[in-house]
Design a protein around this ligand. Structure first.
Ligand code: AP5
Length: 234
């Protein structure tokens, strides 16, 4: 698979702290397709004080999910951008059964309609990680303020404490990475997002990787899945 091919959609599923953002950045670099993180887009809206951000701020602070209609509209807007034409990585979407149904309908109705390479079925990858490991990863996470580079004080520390290796900007702790909110987010995942994985499993589209391994080993498993996908043009 080289960077000029039409990869189509890659969907990363997994609980908070599974490594979706970390792995999405690596897939993006390897295959030259954009990472679309609904959490990052929402946080950007919160920071800029947009109407969407005002609606989402308190919900995210409690560790609950933002209403489907708001998130689906936001994703539709982003997927119509030109840089998504060859493919994209969805990080944190879909997260409810409603979002998954909406996405299938969106793929059917408008996505890649004009692509000479034909429509591509999504590659759906779930990253599985042990519960206690997730809590440790989230409490130890630090994020670069300028560009979202991800670190961890336990597993992937920056060279200089509190400073991003890549761009020198300060590292921050996300507002929802407090332990009581983390537990609520993990509960929401069990209730609302696990059924999404089952939805793709029933369609025979789900691949799982062992996310308990080192970051590089998880990346290796994901690249393998991408490279060995079936030739599934619609
Ligand atoms: P979002 O930003 O999507 O957060 P999340 O799903 O909770 O996932 P995280 O970003 O916390 O974790 P991750 O899996 O990306 O892990 P990471 O790579 O950072 O959503 C936030 C909120 O926005 C939601 O609660 C909700 O309110 C709202 N929202 C977003 N999308 C929505 C939607 N579709 N519908 C409704 N609401 C929505 O890694 C975590 C840490 O672990 C890092 O420190 C990293 O360095 C470390 N790490 C990663 N991999 C490894 C490894 N293999 N070994 C050791 N450490 C590792």
């Amino acid at each position: 698979m080289d960077a000029s091919q039409n990869l189509g959609p890659v969907i990363l599923l997994g609980p908070p702290g599974a490594g979706k953002g970390t792995q999405a950045k690596r897939i993006s670099e390897q295959y030259g397709i954009p990472q679309i993180s609904t959490g990052d887009i929402l946080r950007d809206n919160v920071q800029r004080g947009t109407e969407l951000g005002v609606q989402a701020k308190a919900i995210m602070g409690r560790g609950e999910l933002v209403p489907d209609v708001l998130v689906c509209d936001m994703v539709a807007c982003r997927l119509r951008d030109a840089d998504c034409a060859r493919g994209f990585i969805l990080d944190g979407f879909p997260r409810t059964a409603t979002q998954a149904g909406w996405l299938d309908a969106f793929f059917e109705s408008e996505l890649f309609d004009n692509s000479s390479a034909g429509k591509r079925l999504p590659i759906v990858i779930r990253i599985d990680v042990d519960y206690n490991q997730l809590v440790k990863r989230l409490t130890g996470r630090r994020t670069c303020l300028a560009n979202g580079h991800i670190y961890n004080v336990y597993f992937q520390p920056p060279r200089v404490e509190g400073i991003c290796d890549v761009d020198g900007s300060p590292l921050i702790i996300r507002n929802d990475d407090r332990e009581e909110v983390i537990r609520k987010r993990l509960l929401e995942y069990d209730l609302q997002t696990k059924p999404v994985a089952e939805y793709y499993e029933h369609k025979g589209r789900l691949a799982s990787v062992n996310g308990d391994l080192d970051i590089g080993e998880v990346t290796g498993q994901i690249f393998w899945v991408v490279e060995h996908r079936d030739g599934n043009c619609l």
